[in-house]
Design a binder for this molecule. Structure first.
Ligand code: ATP
Ligand code: MG
Length: 139
């Protein structure tokens, strides 16, 4: 069943560079409502499981090292057509290819340090949200 929620992380590069507030602002200005929000640092196992689908890829170890390198914001966001609209808002994985005005075009420096995560399907949005948040942490 289609849902109207997606899951996001503001990644360590964006937090480190002081962009988290502006990025959250761009998300809410685009119509996404914050349902759950957490400021935390990922452990190696957590980051590895989160990106487990990429375990065999050559960039996997660098990805885990990067995602555990500093604190992140994790959030569940709600909006009509949330998953697709949020992927449009953040732009292409490689910021060099991200459309003008997208979050990655504005705030990301490279394909590995690309500022934000956005779920790629309703199913994964559900799995990822449940990975980080209990029912008592959603409003
Ligand atoms: P995310 O899942 O973080 O929202 P995405 O869905 O746009 O990003 P994925 O294909 O799921 O892209 O890749 C997950 C992450 O792995 C990317 O955000 C990026 O940081 C890293 N990554 C992907 N492809 C490469 C690559 N070719 N070289 C280095 N890092 C990569
Ligand atoms: Mg992805």
């Amino acid at each position: 069943m289609a849902t109207n929620r997606t899951f996001t992380m503001i990644k360590p590069d964006a937090v480190q560079n002081g962009h988290a507030g502006k990025i959250l602002d761009q998300m809410t200005e685009a119509g996404f409502k914050v349902i759950a929000l957490k400021y935390m640092q990922l452990e190696e196992t957590t980051a590895g499981n989160f990106y487990g689908v990429h375990r065999e890829r050559p960039f996997f170890n660098d990805l885990v090292t990067f995602m555990t390198s500093g604190p992140i914001y994790a959030a569940i966001l709600e909006k009509e057509n949330a998953v697709a609209d949020f992927r449009t808002l953040i732009g292409a994985t490689n910021p060099a290819e991200a459309a003008e005005g997208t979050i990655r075009q504005r705030f990301a420096k490279s394909i590995d340090a690309n500022a934000v995560h956005g779920s790629d399907s309703d199913e994964n949005a559900d799995i990822e949200g449940n990975f980080f948040f209990s029912q008592f942490e959603r409003f």
